[in-house]
Write a protein that binds this ligand. Structure first.
Ligand SMILES: Cc1cc2nc3c(=O)[nH]c(=O)nc-3n(C[C@H](O)[C@H](O)[C@H](O)COP(=O)(O)OP(=O)(O)OC[C@H]3O[C@@H](n4cnc5c(N)ncnc54)[C@H](O)[C@@H]3O)c2cc1C
Ligand SMILES: NC(=O)c1ccc[n+]([C@@H]2O[C@H](COP(=O)([O-])OP(=O)(O)OC[C@H]3O[C@@H](n4cnc5c(N)ncnc54)[C@H](O)[C@@H]3O)[C@@H](O)[C@H]2O)c1
Ligand code: SF4
Ligand code: FES
Length: 815
């Protein structure tokens, strides 16, 4: 008769151990799994992607109901094990089922740590641990606006990013001055904060929470320093604690976690523990890679196969927030006896730190460029001695910055090394999916093994396994859908919109069979844009598909207020306009009036409800400082006053701004005009810059300031002002029609190549056709501020939802 193996907990660690056991010895046990959640085993890691709109609940199922049936595993889902009788060897559940065992695995994971604050039991205060929490956040985002995430660790930041994607105003409350202090040093932490602020998150640092405000539902969070912040939703992400109560009540030795030996055995020999609930050599891990390693050892033990036992793990993490590359591994902090090699490039926003102890790499932090992460993690685990040649770790043996390619890396890996940490997929598992199941693309490998379906960080290595196994020529290059809702690429979507005459995002999603019928925060704004380019007349703009700043026609600031930037053509103003701006600033008590880098005046710290009033009193057009649109045309003094000026740069700039204002583009667009090659308007770091020369103008394209500085390329030289306009119109329209939504001109130009652009604009007839299309679009635009002022319904959106709660008023109400 088969032995009875029972597992409590249907999570990632435990089920991975069972999967491995089934491979090693499928017939040894009758298996029963008791799982408190009413779902089959799913990828908890991917809850962040579900929240961010990049995956659906269906995408994250790891083992569906059939898997249990096919492997003869009895699953009691939605039942909690309440008692273990270790003498009689029986587990009893909350629904009264008793399950006898010969061997028992406790894989109960962790519980989120909930701060015991007064008011923590109010509606709208949740953790982020399971499907139920994820659904609660998605639901809240449909009804409420303001969210607070307590905890600036991995989980808190991923939750915050998801909520931003769901169009909530998000503040992250962190107890320290540095975000992710458990994974990053202060330098990386500061860079991270600045990047996340750019993505729309607000940070309240060094704040200790005191109590939760509100009657039935949360309305805000009060801090120990007497201040408070408003919130309709509070997510606590302040760490986890191993879920050990059941084990403790059953007389099993428990410390912080359930104490296990190298074979995952607890103090009772036929009871094992694996995953976040287990404590091995004093450590309870909180990441999946070590848990899978534990699972592999436990599977061998239960299959009766000898092994050296579990020796502990070196861990590494990557933050799963799109647009931010952060890696941290091992002991990254400066400690006595360690030395660090650091590289910092503020221009590119890159920071790398590698920590050595006795010549060995013991830790690393990477920000901005994480291409080296797998290699660094590999040398960290190998314990290779770099004494006297430490520089090689970052700059290669020649010192020339050469790093090992992913192909070199996978070639050097042993078969059982894990390539995808999120899903516990080894190199051998990938190779057998290629050779035995015929996978030829990364997407097929993902479908077959789940590799690369989590944080995505292993994708280059998965690709490398494909190319090293099949040969570069045999690998079908995998195409990427525009988001998790579809497998169609940008070009396929745009082509279908044109061919099938689709005019609304809903229509596109229906006809093109979107996996998620509502779309996500990535595809909705993109579709709205592509439709506007394809059918400027027929497509009606969909405000609900726009980002929060564009919906409000103002940029939201870190304290929840907004900024107002009126249009000032070419940076040229008048005493009358200045006077009006001053009066408005005084009337609305604007706390900060500032000149911008684009020669505009920025009125900062404006309350949302004051926006329409200010726009009306200003009586100036919107400067679109918030939009994916033409922002500014910066000009120098030019020939009007400057003794070096060869052309009238001011008039040229004003004419350009008047013509192209309100033009929607894939990303923001900044222009500049300089009156001579001294280039005082910095035209060569703009999306399009015009520089006057003797007898004409030079047009530069694809420049960029900011984090990724790029000098623009010369597109052409022309003689007259009307030619400048003609080339600018053609260039901007070509960018509008061919770039990916969210792609700056500098990225687009580098992707498709300057020569391709020159070819597309080279013929007069092509430029004329592009100008006809851009002129059509421009003729249909109206000023959004004016539109709102004149429309009561639109105006009401700016009315306050509820009276703001002051700290004093809240205190008086006893909150
Ligand atoms: C949003 C999010 C993102 C994450 N991202 C990453 C990441 O990018 N990388 C990474 O390495 N890690 C990540 N983690 C952590 C990772 O998910 C965990 O380390 C992993 O899921 C732990 O697996 P486990 O099986 O030990 O526990 P769990 O997955 O928590 O499974 C335990 C299961 O046991 C059940 N259970 C508990 N008690 C009982 C009982 N008495 N009876 C029956 N069932 C019971 C629980 O309901 C649960 O379903 C993330 C976690 C979250 C929440
Ligand atoms: N990408 C990833 O690898 C990933 C993503 C999500 C979660 N996880 C894992 O899930 C688990 C939970 O994540 P986590 O971020 O909650 O845990 P954590 O312990 O890593 O971080 C908690 C953070 O909350 C802060 N904090 C603690 N008390 C606070 C307070 N009173 N106010 C404000 N901030 C406070 C801490 O300083 C810390 O930075 C961890 O094991 C984590 O590794 C990993
Ligand atoms: S770019 Fe030339 S024309 Fe313009 S301000 Fe500078 S020196 Fe004068
Ligand atoms: S390592 Fe995260 S998806 Fe593979």
């Amino acid at each position: 008769m088969k032995r009875k193996l029972v597992m409590i907990g249907n999570g990632m660690a435990g089920v991975s151990a069972l999967e491995q056991l089934l491979k090693l010895n499928p017939n040894r046990y009758d298996m029963t799994v008791i799982g408190a959640e009413p779902h089959p085993n799913y990828n908890r890691i991917m809850l962040s992607s579900v929240l961010a709109g990049d995956a659906s609940m269906q995408d994250i199922i790891l083992n569906d109901w059939d898997w249990y049936k096919d492997n003869n595993i009895t699953l009691h889902a939605g039942q909690t094990a309440e008692r273990i009788d270790t003498d009689k060897q029986i587990v009893t559940t909350d629904k009264g089922i008793s399950v006898p065992y010969d061997e028992l695995i406790i894989a109960t994971g962790s519980l989120p740590f909930m701060l015991p604050l007064p008011g923590a039991d109010k509606e709208g205060v949740i953790a982020f641990r399971d499907i139920k929490d994820c659904e609660a956040m998605i639901d809240a985002s449909k009804k409420y606006r303001k969210a607070i995430v307590i905890g600036g660790g991995l989980l808190g930041l991923e939750a915050a990013r998801g909520l931003v994607n769901l169009n909530m105003e998000v503040s992250v409350v962190h107890i320290f001055n540095n975000l992710m202090e458990r994974q990053l040093d202060p330098t990386a932490s500061r860079m991270l904060q600045s990047e996340l602020e750019n993505q729309g998150m607000n940070f309240l640092l060094e704040k200790q929470s005191d109590s939760i405000m509100g009657k039935k539902r949360v309305t805000g969070l009060k801090f120990k320093d007497g201040t408070h912040a408003d919130a309709d939703l509070i997510v606590m992400a302040v760490g986890i604690k191993p879920n050990v109560q059941l084990a403790k009540d059953s007389g099993i030795e428990v410390n912080r976690g359930i104490v296990v030996n190298d074979y995952l055995q607890t103090s009772i020999p036929n009871i094992y523990s694996v995953g976040e609930c287990a404590e091995h050599r004093g450590i309870a891990y909180g990441l999946v890679a070590p848990l899978y390693e534990q699972g592999a050892i436990l599977a061998k033990k239960l299959a009766g196969i000898e092994s050296d036992g579990y020796q502990g793990s070196v861990v590494s993490t990557k933050l799963k927030v799109s647009g931010v590359n952060v890696f941290s591994g091992g002991r990254f902090a400066d400690e006595p006896g360690t030395k660090a090699l650091r590289v910092q490039d503020d221009l590119k926003g890159v920071y790398k730190k590698v920590v050595f102890e006795n010549g060995k790499v013991v830790g690393a932090v990477l920000f901005g460029d994480t291409a080296d992460s797998s290699r660094l993690f590999s040398v960290m685990r190998s314990g290779e001695d770099f004494t006297g040649r430490e520089q090689e770790v970052l700059f290669g043996a020649s010192g020339g910055g050469k790093t090992l390619s992913p192909a070199d890396l996978v070639t050097a890996m042993s078969g059982d090394e894990i390539i995808c940490g999120c899903n516990g997929v080894s190199k051998d598992a990938l190779i057998s999916a290629i050779t035995e199941k015929g996978c030829t693309t990364v997407n097929e490998l993902k479908a077959c093994t789940k590799a690369s379906g989590g944080c995505g960080g292993c994708r280059p290595l998965v690709e490398a396994v494909l190319t090293t196994t099949l040969g570069v020529d045999s690998v079908v290059s995998a195409k990427e859908g525009i988001c998790g809702c579809t497998t169609l690429t940008r070009d396929e979507v745009v082509e279908s919109i044109g061919r099938m005459q689709l005019t609304t995002t809903k229509e596109v999603m229906n006809v093109l069979e979107w996996k998620n019928p509502e779309g996500c925060s990535k595809c909705r704004p993109a579709l709205n844009y592509y439709l506007a380019v394809a059918f400027p007349e027929e497509h009606e703009d969909e405000p609900e598909s726009r980002f929060v700043n564009e919906r409000n026609h103002a940029n939201i600031q870190k304290d929840g207020t907004f900024s107002v930037v009126p249009r000032i053509y070419g940076g040229v103003t008048t005493p009358e306009d200045l006077q009006r701006i001053a009066e408005v600033a005084k009337k609305y008590q604007v706390p900060l009036v500032k000149f911008t880098g684009g020669q505009r005046i920025d009125l900062l710290g404006v309350k949302k409800e004051d926006l329409p009033g200010m726009w009306k009193d200003l009586d100036m057009p919107s400067g679109y400082a918030y939009g994916k649109a033409l922002r500014t045309v910066k000009t120098c003094v030019g020939s009007t006053f400057c003794r070096f000026g060869t052309q009238d740069s001011i008039q040229m700039g004003i004419d350009m701004e008047k013509k192209f204002e309100r033009l929607g583009t894939p990303h923001k667009v900044k222009l500049a005009v300089s009156g001579c090659p001294r280039n005082c308007a910095e035209a060569t770091i703009k999306d399009l810059g015009v520089v006057a020369i003797e007898g004409g103008w030079e047009i530069y394209v694809g420049g960029n300031g900011g984090t990724k500085v790029r000098a623009a390329d010369l597109l052409t030289k022309v003689k007259t002002e009307s030619e400048v306009m003609e080339w600018t119109g053609a260039y901007l329209q070509h960018y509008r029609e061919t770039a990916n939504f969210g792609e700056r001109t500098s990225e687009w130009l580098q992707r498709i190549g300057l020569d391709t652009i020159k070819k597309a604009l080279g013929q007069q007839a092509d430029r004329d056709a592009l100008n006809v299309r851009i002129d059509k679009t421009l003729s249909l635009t109206t000023d959004p501020w004016k539109q709102i002022i004149e429309n009561d319904k639109l105006n009401r959106v700016f009315e306050p939802l509820a009276a703001p709660v002051s700290a004093e008023a809240a205190a008086a109400r006893g909150e």
